[in-house]
Design a protein around this ligand. Structure first.
Ligand code: 13P
Length: 251
């Protein structure tokens, strides 16, 4: 059976005080859940404190980005090995905000994906189309290009140690969630695409949905056959909502 995962993407939010409060409430609210079903991806400066808060709990943690380089004169960058020093389980790569606001193309994203895997962490690879791309009917081409860049660079087998997140850009932070059917359609397409390379890898890979997942719509999204959980932005900052979503996504 595929592993279910609900991961919070805090984006550039939080403070030491707020994080402590949020995590205390999430730990308590998700008590009894299986280890690894629930994760948070936090800003770099908080990795150390989040590690100490979560290390003896059932919640795992990760980063939201990583450098494609292993070390060197790259001012402001953070390597995958550094993330490993804080026992990160995950690093998000290719989030649409990185692609659109910071100019990351699919080639760069593929290099980051490989850097994360080489350090022994799991990449959460984000793919997804803009509204304009959906409206012009090129969703499948966009997602295929984003996925093929990674398969071409790292091989289909690498997906055994990765998570994919389908995040339609038009649904991120807008309150406009993809319907379960819209999301399912693209998730199934992604899985079929991977199956063309390797059926077993396709069957086993966890594919998350992200984009305005809330406490009141998570369960119906996660009930779809090819949706294995969620990558949660805004709602992951509200303990009660995130707990509800985590519980909707457990095995
Ligand atoms: P929202 O849940 O705020 O729409 O953000 C989704 C997202 O970008 C998660 O990575």
């Amino acid at each position: 059976m595929r592993k279910k995962l609900v991961a919070g993407n805090w984006k550039m939010h939080g403070s030491l005080v707020q994080n402590n409060e949020l995590l205390d409430a999430v730990i308590a609210g998700t008590a009894g859940m299986r280890k690894g079903n629930c994760a948070v991806c936090v800003p770099y400066p908080y990795l150390s404190s989040v590690q100490s808060i979560l290390q003896s709990t059932h919640i795992t943690w990760g980063a939201q980005n990583v450098s494609q380089f292993s070390k060197g004169a790259y001012t402001g960058e953070v390597s995958a090995a550094m993330l490993n020093d804080f026992s990160c389980h995950y690093a998000i790569v290719g989030h649409s905000e990185r692609r659109s606001l910071f100019g990351e193309d699919s080639h760069t994203v593929a290099l980051k994906y490989t850097a994360v895997q080489n350090a022994g962490l799991m990449p959460i690879l984000c793919v997804g189309e803009s509204l304009q791309q959906r409206d012009t009917g090129v969703t499948q081409q966009v997602v295929t290009e984003q996925l093929d860049a990674v398969i071409g660079q790292a091989g289909v087998e690498s997906l055994r140690k990765a998570v994919i997140a389908y995040e339609p850009v038009w649904a991120i932070g807008t309150g406009e969630t993809a319907t379960p059917q819209q999301a399912q359609e693209v998730h199934a397409f992604i899985r079929e695409n991977i199956a063309k390379h390797d059926i077993a890898v396709a069957a086993g890979i966890t594919i998350l949905y992200g984009g305005s997942v809330k406490a009141n719509n998570a369960a119906e999204l996660f009930a779809m056959p090819d949706i294995d959980g969620g990558l949660i932005g805004g709602a992951s900052l509200i303990a009660e909502d995130f707990v509800t979503i985590c519980r909707a996504g457990q095995d």
